[in-house]
Design a binder for this molecule. Structure first.
Ligand code: ARG
Ligand code: ZN
Length: 500
């Protein structure tokens, strides 16, 4: 049951209390054997997006099988149709009476858990019990709460792994994030641009949509013959075509945060190459780029192998492949989707090195909470600075100086970099003051300690997440300096740093 585009919309009655928004509650139940079971939390505990992610389990693998029909030619509405079957392997971390997945704007048709089919029921009022193996959906746009709740029977004991199959469908639109910016499964005239930071993956598959629950992925994406579908990782086999539909198979065996999943669809042409070390590079470039944009894109993509080699100073490239998806449509930004960033209309050199740097900073090491976003954007911007210096352009020092030229009364300085709020994730200071923080840190502790620190950062938190406090502890340890004042001034104070 769902509303989404057509009709029934279940609203959490009236006002949702703030306590509930911040700390989605767990409820208790007891089985015949006397073991107590809980409802897994409806959020991962991130204050910025209280209902993103879920509690009580850990997803190990997503197998996403989707069929997508893009919109017809104009003036047909910019709406596509998605039919999906998601198979999740998930491991309970609590004794589960119920658990949630995030799913926005899609209607669930069937839920199977370990081969048993669940019954669809209306969302039960708080505290009310439901008989047997069942599922229900809540779609509350105002609270940004989009949940699929599953009540497994038998209940799942902590430590057990189950196989969950969810079949669903929906009309695809152009979803917006909390700021009103396009994200998620963004329907385009010739396909879809799939870019889901911070919690937009729930617009196209049932997911625990928070970076703290990384998983591996496999994809079977079926599109009209002639269209190309590109996801993360490497092709698992050659595409197959039957009755006018082509299925594209991809596999992403490295742990991946949900916001970094893509399955973009368009009129792409593939280009395959390799770095000198043998890392496969797969680029998918839309055949509709303007000549100028194509020239810019070609020049930038040709530098990828060299950039990867340059970024090796932070540790080995963390995944099994690299590349780019360059779409002639635009969501207004690029995103570092794992192994294969998505670019809007063109890929500039600075943006390509930025998205490549995110493979280490953001993708291998992801933010524990969205408040820690500067750890992604600061490092990626810092990488742009040092790449530019390496190429004989502006030095990192010059770019740092340019940031410090911004007057103290400019609103630029009034963001708390390490806690910008959910509407501040992508403000300039997250990028530029974040990078300036790193440059200032390097100057303060010296090149050797800085490089040792960054390598240790990447290797220690690879495949996981880290937060600002972890960063501070690590760099104090590697430098042997007390950096409390430094971090306070740069990251926690909404004023222009003067001394540090
Ligand atoms: N992480 C992306 C980058 O490479 C930016 C995402 C911007 N998203 C947005 N909603 N403004 O910088
Ligand atoms: Zn970035």
């Amino acid at each position: 049951m769902i509303a989404g585009s057509r009709g029934r919309r279940i609203l959490v009655a009236g006002v949702v209390g703030l306590g509930m928004l911040l700390a989605p509650a767990a409820s208790l139940g007891v089985d015949h054997g006397g073991t107590s079971f809980v409802s897994g939390a409806s959020g991962a505990g991130d204050a910025y997006f209280p209902f993103a992610g879920n509690g009580g389990y850990d997803v190990r693998h997503y197998d996403l099988d989707v069929t997508y029909a893009p919109p017809g030619p104009a003036p047909a509405p910019l709406t596509g149709r998605l039919d999906g079957e998601a198979t999740l392997r998930l491991r309970a971390t609590q004794n589960l009476d119920r658990f949630n997945l995030d799913l926005r704007g899609m209607e669930v048709d069937r839920v199977m858990i370990d081969g048993r089919q669940a019954r669809e029921v209306a969302p039960p009022p708080d505290g009310e019990t439901v008989e047997g193996l069942a599922y229900w959906q809540v779609q509350d746009d105002a609270a940004r709460q989009w949940e699929l709740t599953i009540q497994p029977r038998p209940r799942i004991k902590a430590g057990r792994t189950v196989r969950l199959v969810v079949r669903y469908h929906g009309d695809t639109t152009r979803p917006e994030d909390i700021e009103g910016v396009l994200y998620g499964w963004v329907t385009t005239r010739d396909g879809a641009m799939v870019v889901s930071e911070p919690e937009g993956s729930m617009t196209w598959y049932p997911v625990s949509d928070h970076p703290t629950d990384k998983a591996t992925y496999s994809f079977e994406i079926t599109v009209p013959e002639g269209k190309v579908a590109v996801a993360n990782g490497l092709p698992a086999r050659r595409p197959t075509t039957r009755q006018g539909w082509t299925t594209w198979y991809w596999r992403a065996p490295d742990l991946q945060a949900s916001y970094l999943t893509t399955a973009s669809v368009g009129d792409y042409e593939f280009r395959r190459s390799e770095t000198p070390a043998g890392l496969p590079i797969i680029d998918a470039v839309d055949d509709g780029l303007t000549p100028d944009n194509l020239a810019t894109t070609n020049a930038s993509l040709a530098l990828q192998a060299e950039m990867i080699d340059f970024l090796d100073q932070f540790g080995r490239y963390p995944f099994n492949s690299a590349g780019a998806i360059v779409d002639d449509d635009s969501v207004g930004y690029a995103l570092e989707t794992q192994t294969r960033p998505v670019y809007s209309r063109a890929a500039s050199e600075g943006t390509v090195v930025h998205e490549l740097a995110h493979q280490w900073f953001g993708n291998a090491v992801s933010p524990t909470r969205w408040a820690d976003i500067w750890l992604n954007e600061g490092w990626a911007t810092y990488a742009e600075w040092i790449w530019s210096e390496e190429q004989g352009g502006d030095t990192a020092q010059a770019q740092f100086d340019a940031v410090l030229e911004i007057p103290a009364d400019d609103p630029f300085w009034h963001t708390v970099v390490a806690d910008p709020g959910p509407l501040g994730l992508f403000l300039d200071p997250i990028y530029d003051r974040g990078a300036a923080t790193l440059f200032a840190l390097r100057t303060k502790i010296g090149d050797d300690a800085f490089l040792t620190g960054v390598r240790r950062w990447v290797s220690r938190y690879d495949d996981g997440t880290a937060r600002t406090a972890d960063f501070e502890v690590l760099f104090e340890s590697v430098s042997g300096q007390d950096l409390d004042e430094f971090f306070d001034v740069w990251l926690h104070t909404p004023e222009k740093p003067t001394t540090w």
